[in-house]
Design a binder for this molecule. Structure first.
Ligand code: 8YV
Length: 323
């Protein structure tokens, strides 16, 4: 019997994949920043016992059906909305994600984006670099305060909790909405559980960290934006499709809300002529929530460890359960 075949859909650093090369026949899509075409993915998956995938790879029932040898899909992300986990479970394919290792890093970015949007940091930095700083005025690039305000966190999982922890340092009142109550966040951080509508009505900063599911798809629609304060800032580090982007655009244009900080979009990469990117009160980032060297290394490493565990017949470290 030959060695198991592992396909990795993006070029990963040599030192990360070295333990796989020792044991398996490994092939990597040779590009670091370019997604593997679907036909190549199908061809590779047909032979593979393990796939290491990115959010941009759609692992659907059709691909799983045509990949009879497949035993594990290890996704370099905590989210797994790119994978049909029911279909994988049906075919006995284990799906793994990368929880925990990215929690603090993603919470840091969430808070950085909140601060950047509230205090107009990107605009201000460009103002200096473009030579526009000629004088001083009392309201020049004035933003809005963050400290002592109310933050409303939608999706109080581990990342939500880490964001709440940071918010406490800014003396903020923390509200949250989640499919189930997070007693630890309530006990240790004084977070208050409320309905989605109450959160929208009361929060100065509405922070979306929700995963994309059938229930959360376009949760933030025109009705939701209408409920928010006209001074509210909307932050999304969850998934783009949790938001109706047209409704968000209209809410920003009509002054229903004051600004938005977005790390995720319906289509990624977002096209530079997208209407949202034309608005001065939108801060947009290229999905960098977990993007520090330390954390991305930890995520890739965890994927490799999960692959080795499954191919050696052991229990994976971080398998996703199908609901
Ligand atoms: C991904 C993310 O790591 O983990 C997630 O769910 O959204 C990011 O942290 C990144 O998009 C690479 O797949």
């Amino acid at each position: 019997m030959g060695r198991p075949y592992v396909f990795i859909t993006r070029k990963l650093p040599d030192d990360i994949v070295a333990p796989l090369y020792d044991k398996y026949d490994v092939n990597m899509w040779p590009h670091e920043h370019l997604a593997v075409p679907r036909d190549v993915l199908f061809k590779e998956a047909k032979q593979a016992e393990a796939l290491i995938t990115m959010l941009s790879d759609h692992i659907d029932d059709e691909l799983l059906r045509q990949s009879p040898k497949l035993r594990i899909v290890a996704n370099v992300a905590v989210g797994y909305d790119n994978i049909d986990i029911e279909a994988a479970a049906k075919r006995g394919v284990i799906v793994c994600n990368t929880p925990d290792v990215l929690t603090e890093t993603t919470a840091d970015l969430t808070f950085a984006l909140l601060l950047a949007t509230a205090r107009r940091i990107i605009e201000a930095a460009e103002f200096v670099k473009e030579g526009k700083w000629k004088s001083w005025g009392p309201l020049l690039l004035a933003g809005t305060d963050v400290h002592h305000k109310t933050i409303g966190i939608v999706g109080m999982g581990k990342i939500g909790q880490a964001v709440a922890h940071r918010a406490k340092g800014f003396h903020m009142r923390v509200l949250y909405y989640n499919r189930s109550r997070n007693m630890e966040a309530e006990r240790t951080l004084g977070a208050t559980y409320c309905s989605f509508d109450e959160l929208l009505e009361q929060a100065d900063f509405v922070v979306c960290l929700a995963p994309l599911t059938n229930e959360t798809y376009q949760l933030f629609n025109s009705r939701a934006f209408m409920k928010m304060k006209s001074s509210a800032i909307f932050i999304n580090v969850g998934r783009g499709a949790v938001v109706d982007e047209k409704a968000l655009y209209d809410a920003l244009i009509d002054g229903q809300i004051a600004g938005a900080g977005l790390d995720v979009f319906v289509e990624e990469p977002i096209h530079s002529d997208h209407p949202l990117l034309q608005l001065p009160n939108v801060v947009a980032l290229p999905h960098i929530g977990s993007a520090t060297k330390e954390t991305r290394y930890a995520m890739m490493q965890l994927c490799c460890r999960n692959v080795i565990a499954v191919l050696e017949g052991r229990k994976p470290y971080t398998a996703v359960q199908s609901q």
